[in-house]
Design a binder for this molecule. Structure first.
Ligand SMILES: Nc1ncnc2c1ncn2[C@@H]1O[C@H](COP(=O)(O)OP(=O)(O)O)[C@@H](O)[C@H]1O
Ligand SMILES: [Mg+2]
Length: 365
């Protein structure tokens, strides 16, 4: 069953267009992430689905029914916020029991339910504490417990890990994945953090300035971005201006440096057209004298600008003729040295790892 479906949804605040002609759907049991930079309309989208605000036009369907005019508290949704929103004077037990008391559940059943969800979020011993006696991570678990305790059909989360430090955030991401797998509940999760989206999602909906840029599995978005925006937002990429030379089973393009490289075929491209050629830094190799160049379709010469060691990976910045910069990324290994600025370098990568994208806008599927 389709749990959420937006049909040509528009939302403006005065002159500000927050969402434009949004069509999307979330299937039952899916973990879907709304991803995009700050201000692109993620919170607006979640609030529209939750029923906190109304669309300027378009329809919102929830669990097969048109819910556009149904008030928030009748939509059967759960919401988890970034600031936890726990009630400070109540114990954890009472915080979690609250939505059940509102629903007039019997007290023996409430006790059982609360203890079940506290087990699920791995906090069985804290029922009698107050929120301020818990760490940020524990409070976030409690707010998740309070949301799942009344079995909402969909859980909406707006940047719920925003206030946690990196280590804790990674731990909570895995926890949330586990809870999703155990309960098979539909989750719609908002984040501006690409790693978080890649870690948790069955599907990612990438938003750009109020419009859906691309939707698909993490793999699809990573390996087949539809635009420069998508290529840049998920992972790092080298985007080089180029002109289409030859078409066929593969494509040949000329870079501004004059070098010609082979790319994957692209239906939209025509000879003479200006495009962007894209290759991920991790696919670009620095050819060393001892290394065989076999298997690399593209080889170009450049000059080292600098190298930066970022722990597990090392990034090499190389300037091409005509001033474009290409980044090559390698795993840091003992003996692998940084490049000396000014040193001549040969870069090599595979045609299969090279895409062409439109200069502006996106590839329409
Ligand atoms: N209540 C509001 N009044 C006016 N403009 C708003 C309001 N809420 C959001 N906006 C604007 O709508 C756009 C989308 O905002 P928002 O949905 O909060 O983005 P995100 O959650 O992706 O950061 C932004 O330009 C923001 O300034
Ligand atoms: Mg927001």
């Amino acid at each position: 069953m389709t749990m959420v479906r937006l049909e040509k949804v528009n939302k403006s605040y005065g002159n500000v267009v927050a969402l434009h002609q949004v069509d999307l759907s979330v299937e039952e049991g899916e973990f879907v992430t709304l991803l995009g930079p700050s201000g692109c309309g993620k919170t607006t989208m979640l609030n529209l689905i939750a029923g906190m605000i109304a669309p300027s036009s378009g329809r919102i369907h929830i669990a097969g029914k048109d819910a556009t005019d149904i008030p928030a508290n009748k939509r059967g949704l759960g919401m988890v916020f970034q600031n936890y929103a726990l009630m400070p004077h109540m114990t954890i037990f009472e915080n979690i029991a609250f939505p059940l008391r509102v629903r007039r559940m019997r007290s023996a059943e409430i006790k059982k339910k609360v203890s079940e969800v506290l087990d699920l979020v791995k906090l069985p011993h804290i029922a009698n504490r107050k929120p301020q006696e818990l760490s940020g991570g524990q409070q976030q678990r409690v707010s998740i417990a309070r949301c799942i305790v009344y079995n909402p059909s969909i859980i909406l989360m707006d940047e719920p890990m925003g206030a946690l430090d990196k280590k804790l955030r990674e731990q909570m991401q895995l926890e949330l994945k586990r809870i999703h797998t155990e309960l098979k509940i539909t989750m719609l999760y908002v984040t501006h953090d690409q790693e978080e989206a890649l870690t948790m999602s069955d599907r990612i909906i990438l938003l750009n300035d109020g419009e859906v840029e691309q939707m698909g599995s993490p793999e699809e978005l990573y390996f087949q971005p539809c635009s420069s925006f998508a290529a840049n937002f998920l992972g790092d990429s080298n985007l080089m201006e180029a002109t289409v030379k030859e078409m066929g089973k593969t494509l040949k393009v000329a870079l501004c440096s004059g070098d010609e490289i082979w790319t994957r075929p692209a239906a939209f491209a025509a000879p003479g057209q200006k495009v962007k050629a894209m290759v991920r830094p991790e696919n670009v190799n620095i050819l060393r004298p001892e290394q065989q160049a076999n298997g690399f379709d593209n080889r170009i010469k450049g000059t080292a600008i600098d190298s930066i060691i970022l722990g597990g990976v090392i990034k090499h910045y190389v300037r091409l003729e005509g001033n474009a910069t290409v980044v090559a990324q390698e795993l840091t290994r003992t003996g692998r040295r940084a490049l000396t600025p000014g040193e001549p370098v040969e870069l090599a990568w595979r045609q299969d790892d090279t895409l062409v994208l439109p200069l502006v806008g996106k590839v329409v599927a």
